[in-house]
Design a binder for this molecule. Structure first.
Ligand SMILES: [Zn+2]
Length: 161
């Protein structure tokens, strides 16, 4: 699996450490415990997740920076994940690769899938939204490509296909 180094603003990386890292979720029980600790209004919203190179899934509250969730290390997947309760168990009902800090490819699904299977957490068959990221060679801006439009949102330079 491909490893993604952090490519976002340096001030976020400066705040990231082992102490800030998100909660490791290695079992369905760990997921249920973590969700029970979140403010009830937040449980319906997507959470920040990362998967590090040891296939460890970490969760952090919504709007947490991915690099803070990971503890500042490279990842093999990152994005947002939401949950719903089915028959007493929590399962994933939404999952994306949306992380402008790491810009993981849609192929990072393999890492998310492996981490959720290991934890025994039910999940969709693939990302419910898959994003394509491209860095502009002209200005360095990290773009999210929409509708196959491969041009920089800031400077209109063509992006790598
Ligand atoms: Zn540009």
């Amino acid at each position: 699996m491909r490893t993604y180094p952090y490519v976002g603003p340096a001030e976020h990386l400066a705040r990231a450490s082992v102490a800030t890292a998100g909660r490791p979720v290695t079992t369905a029980h760990a997921l249920a415990v973590w969700l029970s600790e979140q403010p009830p209004d937040d449980v319906a919203e997507p959470f920040t997740y990362t998967v590090d190179t040891g296939l460890l899934l970490r969760l952090a509250p919504r709007r947490s920076e991915h690099v803070v969730c990971s503890g500042g290390v490279p990842v093999i997947a990152a994005g947002e994940m939401s949950f719903t309760r089915q028959g007493g168990n929590w399962e994933v009902d939404g999952v994306t690769n949306q992380s402008t800090g790491y810009c993981p490819d849609p192929e990072s699904w393999a890492a998310v899938h492996a981490a959720l299977e290991t934890a025994g957490v039910e999940h969709p068959a693939y990302f419910t939204h898959a994003f394509t990221f491209r860095r502009c060679a002209g200005c360095g801006h990290q773009n999210i490509v929409r509708d196959e439009y491969f041009f920089c949102a800031l400077c209109d330079e063509p992006l790598p296909p």
